[in-house]
Ligand binder design. Structure first.
Ligand code: ATP
Ligand code: MG
Ligand code: FE
Length: 347
């Protein structure tokens, strides 16, 4: 099926077009530079930017794919979770296009899309797939027997998300926003064993699949403050490398353990933090040792984009999942257990 996907849950206006598991177009307009001045995403600015970028980005995607909107088999859109106003722009646009073109509408889950996008790179997802979803707002281990209808949380962060921790540490180090890519780059020139930062929830009595990054964040911030107070120079590269190592060590260890415990031989890693080069390398190493096949999409498909929404929408069409109706509304806290938002079916 030929499906167009619209993503506006945060600061990226993404429009992707896929045919089944083949990527035809991936157009993204980001307002990140505007938010950088404020050190984080400002919801009102994001909504306005989506409004301005929406139609041009849809047109750019159609042009890139070389298809006509009339030939689409469906229009998919992120229904949640995310920023309410930002989501609303995408949902309204998708409804307008679906109505005007008389095409089925699929309101889908942003988190399930972060997983499903890997089909565009590595082909159909094995069932079940274990997914480590690590992004700006989420850090979870999910077991997905069917990405269109059955996603089960195994564990999640009890405080900060992994991406949030990267962004906060970058702020303490005055590295700008978003912090993940900068820390990733600096860490390559640092020593990951220079400072022993704590590994959250890693004791024998701690929950096996849950994460905690707020203690780590505090420990790193205190360490930096102590250096500054002593008038010493902060070894930014070593701090970045040691902090990053503490995050990816716990993420990969728990993900591999979940696969082993559940007898799942595939691990998928998705979400913005999956773009992290050290996370990718350590996961590769540990999965190989454990006999687990690792699937991580290329970095451009890990961060928010429209192709991931189109990928999940195409899977909904392929599996004859019920379309959403035109009363579809955005749900800023759509639970991860709802891969899509079907309609009422009284028509
Ligand atoms: P969610 O998907 O939970 O709604 P989001 O959509 O804001 O959150 P994504 O776009 O999926 O998040 O990811 C953004 C996050 O990924 C930011 O916190 C950013 O710092 C982080 N990130 C991006 N690239 C890297 C990298 N190379 N290393 C570490 N973190 C990264
Ligand atoms: Mg973003
Ligand atoms: Fe995201």
């Amino acid at each position: 099926p030929l499906v167009l996907g619209i993503e506006t849950s945060c600061d990226e206006t993404g429009v992707g077009i896929v045919r089944g598991t083949t990527l035809l177009a991936d157009a993204v307009a980001s307002s990140v530079d505007t938010h950088a001045r404020f050190g984080g995403v400002v919801p009102e600015i994001a909504s306005r930017a989506h409004l301005e970028a929406m139609v041009p980005t849809i047109e750019r995607a159609l042009e890139q794919a070389g298809v006509s909107a009339r030939d689409l088999d469906g229009i998919a859109v992120t229904a949640g979770p995310g920023l309410a106003g930002a989501l609303l722009v995408g949902v309204s646009a998708a409804k307008a296009y679906a109505f005007a073109l008389d095409k089925p509408l699929y309101g889908v889950n942003h988190l399930a899309s972060h997983i499903c996008v890997d089909q565009l790179e590595h082909g159909p997802l094995p069932e079940p797939t274990m997914a480590l979803l690590v992004s700006g707002g989420h850090s979870s281990l999910l077991l997905a027997p069917d990405i269109t209808s059955d996603v089960r949380p195994m564990g999640a962060t009890i405080d900060d998300a992994a991406g949030e921790a990267f962004d906060k540490i970058a702020r303490v180090l005055d590295l700008g926003f978003p912090g993940g890519p900068v820390i990733d780059r600096l860490a390559r020139e640092g020593d990951p064993a220079a400072i022993a930062f704590p590994r959250g929830l890693s004791g024998p009595r701690d929950p096996a699949y849950d994460f905690s990054f707020s203690g780590l964040k505090t420990a790193v911030a205190r360490w930096i403050e102590a250096k500054r107070a002593a008038g010493e120079e902060v070894p930014v590269r070593d701090v970045a490398a040691s902090f990053q190592e503490a995050v990816v060590d716990v993420l990969t260890r728990k993900a591999v353990r979940a696969c082993k415990d559940q007898g799942v031989d595939h691990l998928m890693i998705g979400g913005g933090v999956a773009a992290n080069s050290r996370l990718r390398a350590l996961a590769e190493e540990r999965c190989e040792r454990a006999g687990i096949r690792l699937r991580v999409p290329r970095p451009g498909l890990c961060t928010d984009n429209g192709a991931m929404v189109a990928a999940l929408g195409a899977e909904m069409v392929a599996r004859n999942r019920p379309a959403s109706d035109l009363e579809l509304s955005a749900d800023s806290s759509l639970p991860v257990t709802d891969p899509h938002v079907p309609g009422n079916h009284d028509h």
